[in-house]
Design a protein around this ligand. Sequence first.
Ligand SMILES: NC(=O)c1ccc[n+]([C@@H]2O[C@H](COP(=O)([O-])OP(=O)(O)OC[C@H]3O[C@@H](n4cnc5c(N)ncnc54)[C@H](OP(=O)(O)O)[C@@H]3O)[C@@H](O)[C@H]2O)c1
Length: 221
Amino acid sequence: MKVLLTGATGYIGSAVTDHLVAAGHQVVALTRGAEPRPGRGWHAQSIGDTADPASLAGAVTADIEAVIHLAPPSGDADTDTAVIEALIAPLRGTGRPFVYTSGVWVLGATGEAQEVDEEAPTNPIGIVGYRPRIERQVLAEAAEGVRAVVVRPGIVYGRGGGIPAILVDRARRQEVPEYYGAEGVRWPMVHVDDLAELFVAAAERAEAGTVWHGVGESAVA
Ligand SMILES: NC(=O)c1ccc[n+]([C@@H]2O[C@H](COP(=O)([O-])OP(=O)(O)OC[C@H]3O[C@@H](n4cnc5c(N)ncnc54)[C@H](OP(=O)(O)O)[C@@H]3O)[C@@H](O)[C@H]2O)c1
C-alpha cells in the first residue's frame, strides 16, 4: 500500500516507517517543511502542517491507499477536528484505512482495576481532555465507508527514546530517581517496535470502527 504517514520524523513515526517498509509498503511522509530528509526510507514527502488544517487539503491524493495519523494533537479541539476532516474526507466510500493515534491517557487513572480493555469508559487526564471526542469523530467514519481505526499506545520505550529514557536521563543527572503522582502508580508500556508492528497490522487488517490498545507490559512501576 502507499501510506500517508503524519508524524513520520518523530519517535514512533520513525519506527512505523521502518516496519511499513519492511512489510513492503511505500511511505509518503507528511512533513512541515519542504526540506528533503534523505535516508529515512520514505517513498516521497508531502508538505503540510497540522496546525493549519487548510494546508492538508491536497495531502490525501487518489493514489494514497491508507493514512496513519501520528502527528500530535494541536491543543485546540476545533483545529484537530478540522485536521481529521481534511485527512479523512478523501477516503470516504473507498474502504481504505485511516488509523488515528490516541493514547492510554484517555482512560485516566484506573485505580484498583488490574487491567482495562478497549471497552472501558474513557476518563481522560487533563492534557488529553478532548481526545475521546476526536476518537469518536474518527470511529464514526466507519459508517461512511472508511476503515477507521483508533490505536491507543501505552507509554512508549525502546531505541533509546521515549519518556522512560527522559526519566532515566534525569535520574542519572540528579543521581536520584523521580516518580510521578504516587509511588504506587503503574504505567502500561510498549516497546516502540512492537507498537510499530501494531500500526502496520491495523492499517493492513483491523476492522472498521475498532479501537486497539498498544500495550506490551500492562503495569510497570
Ligand atoms: N511517545 C509516547 O509514549 C506516546 C504514548 C501515547 C501516545 N502517543 C502519541 O503518539 C503520537 C506520536 O508521538 P511521538 O512520541 O512519536 O511524538 P514525537 O517524537 O514528538 O513526533 C511528533 C511528530 O509529529 C510531527 N509534527 C508535530 N507537529 C506537527 C505539525 N504541526 N504538523 C505536522 N507534523 C507535526 C513532528 O514533525 P517535525 O519533525 O516537523 O517536528 C514529528 O514527526 C502523538 O500523537 C502522541 O500523543 C505517544
